[in-house]
Design a protein around this ligand. Structure first.
Ligand SMILES: NC(=O)c1ccc[n+]([C@@H]2O[C@H](COP(=O)([O-])OP(=O)(O)OC[C@H]3O[C@@H](n4cnc5c(N)ncnc54)[C@H](OP(=O)(O)O)[C@@H]3O)[C@@H](O)[C@H]2O)c1
Length: 281
């Protein structure tokens, strides 16, 4: 049975959580490796985040999708609810404190608790070199890609802690292993995500909260079109790394579901590459 912080505190489920429980498909609530878990996912109205939202909901979680634009949130929620999945959404630009607060409040109001946080939102405002990045570019990249996941988690932590266990997945990039010179500052920010994963995994282990990291390779989304259209890069990937195809957002989703599931209960501090090849030993 889905048990919430609010239930523990007030003795009853929030109204919408009760409705979700009654109205959603049995697959969404009673079965699946994430049955009755509540998952908050940033940057989840398109691309990799949307695929993760769909997969976690298919695996039984109640999912809160979010991104900057209301119309994108509405479209994503309608699509997933149309598949009889237990999903609600709210606007959240992860770089804005007030939006983060609203995301936390909405998740608690609608679902009563949070078990899973997946921080997908990431930006790259400049296709250019590291030293060609202005202070403004650095501030935006570090704020959205690195600071935001840590600040959002710190807000959600008390609610995850009170559940007795939790799972966090951060998103890095293959660029940390094979830096693409055109994405200099972005690569640095995604390398910091590996550090954040390691640090948080140690910090939160005593609270039974696991922190792992998905490291996508080239995945076909709106975000990656600059690289996908680069014929030289495509050729290099085929010849040097033997890549047989470009990745799809769905290629990333199953791993995240696994990392959030009880099957991964002894896995923390890991980063796992999903790229059609491996740059690691
Ligand atoms: N695609 C790749 O090849 C690839 C490879 C390695 C790593 N990654 C990483 O994977 C993550 C997802 O990328 P993607 O390719 O799936 O991108 P995408 O298809 O462009 O989707 C980005 C999603 O994030 C939202 N978003 C953008 N900026 C946001 C912000 N500041 N706050 C909240 N939401 C925001 C967008 O919706 P709104 O416009 O409504 O905000 C959208 O839902 C990123 O962290 C990226 O760095 C991608």
């Amino acid at each position: 049975m889905f048990k919430s912080v609010a239930q523990v505190k007030r003795g009853s489920l929030p109204l919408v959580a009760s409705l979700l429980l009654r109205s959603s498909s049995s697959r969404a609530n009673n079965k699946g490796i994430l049955a009755n878990k509540v998952a908050v996912i940033t940057g989840s109205t398109d691309g990799i985040g949307f695929a993760i939202a769909r997969r976690l909901a298919q695996d039984g979680a109640h999912v809160v999708v979010s991104s900057r634009k209301q119309q994108n949130v509405d479209r994503a929620v309608a699509a997933l609810q149309g598949e009889k999945l237990s999903v609600m959404g709210t606007v959240c630009h992860v770089g804005k404190a007030e939006d983060q607060e609203r995301l936390v409040a909405k998740a608690l109001e609608h679902c009563g608790a949070v078990d899973i946080l997946v921080c997908v939102a990431g930006v790259n405002p400049l296709v250019g070199s590291t030293l060609g990045s202005s202070e403004q570019v650095w501030d935006k990249i570090l704020s959205v890609n690195v600071k935001a996941p840590a600040l959002l988690l710190s807000q959600l932590l008390p609610y995850m802690e009170s559940r007795g266990e939790g799972s966090v997945v951060l998103i890095s990039s293959i660029g940390v292993y094979l830096p693409e010179p055109k994405l200099g500052a972005y690569n640095v920010s995604k390398t910091a995500i590996l550090g954040l994963t390691k640090t948080l995994s140690m910090e939160l282990a005593p609270k039974n909260i696991r922190v792992n990291c998905l490291v996508p390779g080239l995945i076909d989304t709106p975000f990656s079109q600059v690289l996908i259209k680069d014929q030289d890069l495509q050729q290099t990937m085929k010849t040097a790394y033997k890549i047989q195809r470009i990745g799809r957002p769905e290629d990333c989703a199953g791993l995240v579901s696994f990392l959030c599931s009880p099957d991964a209960s002894y896995i923390t501090g890991e980063n796992i590459v999903v790229a059609g090849f491996s740059p690691c030993l």
